[in-house]
Ligand binder design. Structure first.
Ligand SMILES: [Zn+2]
Length: 145
């Protein structure tokens, strides 16, 4: 029994000694996947930025509706594939919706800039000049909008 306890203590001591040696190795293993995640994130940002530029070009009349739709589909597919890699268990319709929301947001933001109109930041309803609250959902309008 005493021999058995000694064996356990020896194992614990060995574990404590080995822990600092073992830990850095683990960190090195973990870093590439973190780096990959970061690079996917920046790719995702770049795709959303491209969608913003696309919307801007379209509203300025630099793109035909067909070209706009074609390119938007392309970027949308790219955004979805990036999201799938970032968030593998959460696939399918949810990702589609996430990208859809992002595109909607981009359209609202661009629309505001081009037409001088403002939209509710919560539900997207178009606001009248001087509105302090959204007529649809009642959320307060941020100043400067
Ligand atoms: Zn609203």
């Amino acid at each position: 029994m005493i021999y058995f306890l000694f064996l356990i203590m020896a194992w614990v001591a060995l574990g404590l000694v080995a822990y600092p040696l073992w830990r850095p190795q683990r960190r090195i293993v973990a870093e590439p996947s973190l780096g990959l995640r970061d690079s996917m994130k920046s790719q995702q940002d770049a795709t959303y930025f491209a969608l913003t530029e696309l919307q801007f070009d379209y509203e300025l009349g630099n793109l035909s509706p067909q070209d706009h739709q074609e390119l938007e589909e392309k970027y949308r597919a790219k955004a979805i594939s990036i999201l799938k890699e970032l968030d593998a268990p959460n696939q399918g319709a949810a990702l589609d919706k996430e990208v859809e929301e992002a595109i909607k947001e981009i359209r609202l933001t661009r629309g505001k800039g081009v037409a001088g109109a403002s939209f509710c930041s919560k539900c997207g309803t178009r606001l009248q000049r001087g509105d302090r609250f959204c007529s649809n959902c009642g959320s307060p309008v941020r100043s400067g909008q």
